[in-house]
Design a protein around this ligand. Structure first.
Ligand code: AMP
Length: 294
């Protein structure tokens, strides 16, 4: 496994991998502080691709001014040790100025999908996400990229980015990995105290409540949202920021759920920590753990 910091070196190494060795390349973009959720993506990449690249880059462009960019957990030594066990070929861990050289001024906005939900709570977030991914895609030229359903809106933004700008890469989305308590794994869980970690399981319970009322026949988005907010309100230490019920592929607001898969997405604060989670509700045997349409 080689750790590469420079984008030119990353490009030239992978050019050789693709052209001379004729190997396919899989990319798992991350911000590090790796956990089982990231590793599930790495495992899938290992199975599907000849060469696996994991990028580790805490992307300043996707953090708002009052967000946690400065204190976001960073531990490249630990991350490297974890990835050694997974037979990863390259870690791409560039410093900020490698991705955003002086006078960098080109940003990408995926209109429509970037504004609701997380986009409302975190203005500019997906502009930062789309921009860094475009740079990474151009440096790595992956045949396949791997993302987690945990960040449902991000998967839609990426799929649209890839289609609209004609990146020659396949986007694979994998299910959310959870603790036995139901809490979705997240690098930000490191901020939680033991008590807060317990309280944070309310997010999962709230989504399960939404699923239960849906299974019992409820089709009103308001009814489903109330199931979520009702469950969250049981713990006064957990503050719901939003619950949204939308078309799972377009993020259009729904009043009534129909044949289309619906995304129930939530953001909540536990102490100072902001957490997100989601569940997909759909009537048929379609895979409800990940997005349905390419
Ligand atoms: P991050 O490092 O938080 O930017 O996440 C990197 C990738 O890992 C993204 O595609 C995330 O959606 C994915 N990811 C994060 N947490 C989980 C999880 N609990 N289960 C599955 N994928 C995850």
């Amino acid at each position: 496994m080689e750790i590469i910091n420079r984008r030119q070196r990353m490009s030239s190494v992978l050019r050789r991998v693709r052209r001379e060795e004729e190997r396919t390349v899989g990319l798992v973009p991350t911000m590090g502080a790796l956990h089982e959720g990231h590793l599930s993506l790495v495992r899938e990449a290992r199975q599907r691709c000849d060469a696996v690249v994991v990028s580790i880059f805490v992307n300043p462009a996707q953090f708002g001014a009052n967000e946690d960019f400065a204190r976001y957990p960073r531990d490249l030594t630990r991350d490297t040790a974890m990835l050694t066990d997974y037979n990863v070929d390259y870690i791409f861990a560039p410093p900020v100025e490698e991705i955003y050289p002086k006078s960098f001024s080109t940003y990408i906005t995926v209109e429509g999908l970037s504004e609701p939900l997380e986009g409302t709570a975190r203005p500019g977030h997906f502009r930062g996400v789309a921009t860094v991914l475009a740079v990474l895609f151009n440096v790595v030229r992956p045949d396949t990229v791997f993302f987690g359903q945990k960040d449902a809106q991000q998967t839609l933004v990426v799929k649209r980015l890839v289609r609209d700008l004609a990146f020659e890469t396949e986007v694979v989305v994998l299910p959310t990995v959870r603790e036995p308590s139901g809490l979705a794994l997240s690098s930000r869980n490191a901020y939680l105290s033991d008590t807060e970690r317990q309280q944070a399981t309310a997010l999962y319970r709230a989504l399960q409540a939404a699923k239960a009322v849906y299974k019992n026949g409820a089709r009103s988005a308001r009814r489903i949202a109330e199931a979520v907010s009702g469950e969250i309100s049981l713990d006064p230490e957990v503050r719901l920021e939003y619950v949204s019920v939308t078309d799972a592929n377009t993020l259009e607001h729904l009043d009534k759920l129909d044949d289309r898969p619906a995304l129930v997405a939530i953001a909540a604060r536990v102490g100072r920590t902001r957490l997100i989670d989601n569940v997909v509700l759909c009537p048929s045997k379609l895979n409800s753990r990940t997005m349905i349409e390419p």
